[in-house]
Design a protein around this ligand. Structure first.
Ligand code: 2PG
Ligand code: MG
Length: 441
């Protein structure tokens, strides 16, 4: 199509200027920030998140190495946006996000975006997405189903069920215990606001219990959770179960989820629980976990075995059919891996992180594929996150059943919860409720 009157008057959503710079994430590490400005004056500005328990199959995050910021600098990714992507996408329409994402992916040329970095590609994709919402003067979540978005399409927008971190170990807490995340799922809540209030109460009770046991609840882990060297992984499960009871909730109204992040624990064919001095075969490990599902209200287990252990993942899903078996590093927000997981029944739920994929369109396609296969879906933040709130809008707009953002404190976490509270208060969308969990319970 030739130039339109709108083009002539500079009132279109065509991209005028794209600028990236180096900013900091919640761990104080450098990350890529980006602003996309449109001809009509609207703009989108985003800061890219980053993981600690990063899976091998994730899109590649470019880091500078060297001595600046201990090697974590992202000047090369920033330069890729300013020197290569800015001229590439200039003049394209923010509403054509799928086209923009495809142009960026093609320009990088590597499937995992390793030439210029997935952090560069994602910065452009996210800032464009936010700019589109701003240009339309609509809430961001409502733009996710727009035809040219190329992601999940028109899914029913709902406020997701949160799974909220209470206690941290693994790579998020100096390996205080081996398992990375101990979370609760407020299955009995009738609204998102009530869910958050109930979980805050459970966290407060767990903090008191921890102090009573000689821990120090004033110190928080990477995602705002409690942490302490409890001596065993099961001690953390006990802490949560007791905190839930003291807060007055029945186990089916306030249940437990864990993220084993087992790729961090794999040594050869074994799972090593260094904190408690155990080395177990995968079958022995699964016996332990099955025992936990019998003794605790454990409704969701993430990455129970290593990221390439398809056999172990399928065995776990077979042995715990009533439990949500959630793949994070296993799927790495990658379409081929989700397809394999579906055909081998290697899980019944998919965790979606946009920076594992490298673009909003790619992540949206993965989420839609999981939904179509009848898998449960959980949209997730990273342990190194930022003040941005687009994640909440993506989860709502894509109709993801659940969201995982960390604990109920630290601003990079509460920014996302607060955005969901805002959507519930302003837009009046329904709360997803308990039926969104995977497993046959
Ligand atoms: C995970 C995430 C978020 P990270 O493993 O699910 O908790 O951690 O961002 O470090 O990969
Ligand atoms: Mg995980």
């Amino acid at each position: 199509m030739g130039p339109t009157l709108e083009d002539f008057l500079m009132t279109t959503d065509r991209i005028d200027r794209t600028v990236a710079w180096e900013a900091l994430d919640s761990r104080g590490r450098p990350t890529v920030a980006c602003r996309v400005e449109l001809e009509n004056g609207a703009h989108g500005r985003t800061v890219v998140p980053s993981g600690a328990s990063t899976g091998r199959h994730e899109a590649h995050e470019a880091r500078d190495g060297g001595t600046r910021y201990g090697g974590w600098g992202v000047r090369s990714a920033v330069a890729a946006v300013n020197d290569e992507y800015a001229p590439l996408i200039r003049g394209m329409r923010a509403s054509d996000r799928a086209e923009i994402d495809a142009a960026v992916e093609e320009h990088d040329g590597e499937p995992n975006l390793s030439r210029l970095g997935a952090n560069a590609a994602l910065a452009v994709s996210l800032a464009t997405t936010v700019a589109h919402g701003a240009a339309e003067n609509r809430p961001l979540w409502s733009t996710l189903g727009d035809p040219a978005g190329g992601d999940a399409g028109a899914r029913r927008a709902t406020i997701p069920m949160p799974m909220i971190n209470i206690f941290s170990g693994g790579a998020h807490a100096g390996r205080a215990v081996d398992i990375q995340d101990f979370l609760v799922v407020p299955l009995g809540a009738q609204s998102f606001a009530q869910a958050l209030e109930q979980v805050s109460d459970v966290r407060a009770h767990c903090a008191r219990l921890l102090d009573d046991r000689g821990g120090w609840s004033a110190l928080v882990a990477d995602e705002g959770g409690l942490s302490a060297r409890l001596g065993s992984n099961e001690a953390a499960l006990e802490l949560l179960a007791e905190g839930i009871e003291r807060a007055g909730f029945a186990p089916d109204a306030m249940s437990i989820a864990i993220d084993v992040a087992a790729s961090q624990l794999v040594d050869g064919d074994d799972i090593v629980l260094a904190g408690q001095g155990d080395r177990l075969s995968v079958d022995e490990w699964l016996d332990v976990v099955v025992g936990w599902t019998e003794r605790y209200p454990l409704v969701s287990i993430e990455d129970v075995v290593g990221e390439d252990d398809w056999r172990g993942s399928s065995a776990a899903t077979r042995r715990m059919p009533a439990t949500q078996m959630l793949g994070d590093d296993l799927f790495a927000t990658n379409l081929d891996r989700v397809d394999r997981g579906v055909s081998e029944s290697a899980a019944n739920a998919v965790l979606v992180k946009v920076n594992q994929a490298g673009s909003v369109s790619r992540a949206g396609r993965v989420l839609a594929r999981a939904q179509d296969a009848g898998f449960a879906t959980v949209v997730s933040a990273r342990s190194g996150d930022t003040e941005d709130t687009w994640l909440s809008d993506l989860a709502v707009g894509w109709g993801a059943g659940q969201i995982k953002v960390g604990s109920t404190m630290r601003s990079e976490r509460t920014a996302k919860w607060n955005r969901l509270l805002e959507i519930e208060a302003i837009d009046g969308l329904p709360f997803a409720g308990a039926s969104v969990l995977g497993g046959t319970a």
